[in-house]
Write a protein that binds this ligand. Structure first.
Ligand SMILES: CC(C)(COP(=O)(O)OP(=O)(O)OC[C@H]1O[C@@H](n2cnc3c(N)ncnc32)[C@H](O)[C@@H]1OP(=O)(O)O)[C@@H](O)C(=O)NCCC(=O)NCCS
Length: 145
């Protein structure tokens, strides 16, 4: 998509990103989600972007640079990516991810991780299309109440 512009997420993008997320999940995101998003506009570890087309925000990617587990130095974490339902399937998600990968590479970071809900076949297909594969780690969960 030629007229697509990818730039870092700023505080001024928060309302637009909330609107895209609300359109995807068909309800307003909760307060914790909004706080997480706000944190990613200014924290050192955050590496997040929005996609704009014709002056409108049409997608977002929330990413981080983390100290890697098990002796790895730094790695990238792709926390969340979302595209306005009106414009899905037109390369916006891929463009956001490629910008994220480029910025990680510029920082000398060679590994990027993400996590997908087991029933999200579309997200899994998207990540596979970007070159993600199963990692050497498995997620564990324990219910404490
Ligand atoms: C998944 C998502 C981020 C992908 O962004 P997008 O701009 O729509 O996707 P792109 O056009 O960049 O797709 C890139 C590649 O990923 C794959 N892909 C993307 N969406 C896919 C889908 N729904 N099913 C299968 N493959 C898909 C395709 O291989 C595609 O390449 P192609 O079009 O050349 O075949 C976006 O569709 C989205 O936000 N979906 C909603 C996710 C959701 O439901 N979240 C709720 C929990 S937070």
């Amino acid at each position: 998509m030629t007229d697509l512009f990818i730039r870092p997420l700023t505080r001024g993008d928060v309302d637009d990103v909330i609107a895209i997320q609300a359109a995807i999940i068909r309800r307003q995101p909760g307060q914790n989600w909004v706080m997480m998003l706000q944190d990613h506009t200014h924290h050192d570890y955050a590496l997040s972007f929005v996609a704009q087309k014709d002056g409108q925000t049409v997608g977002f990617l929330v990413g981080e640079v983390k100290i890697g587990p098990f002796g790895q130095e730094h790695c990238g974490w792709l926390e969340m990516v979302g595209v306005s339902p009106k414009i899905m399937g037109q390369g916006v998600g891929q463009a956001l991810a490629e910008r994220f990968f480029e910025d990680l590479a510029e920082r000398g970071i060679g590994d990027v991780f993400t996590s997908v809900q087991w029933h999200s076949g579309d997200m899994l297909a998207f990540f596979k299309a970007l070159g993600f594969d199963r990692s050497n780690y498995i997620n564990l969960q324990k219910q404490i109440r």
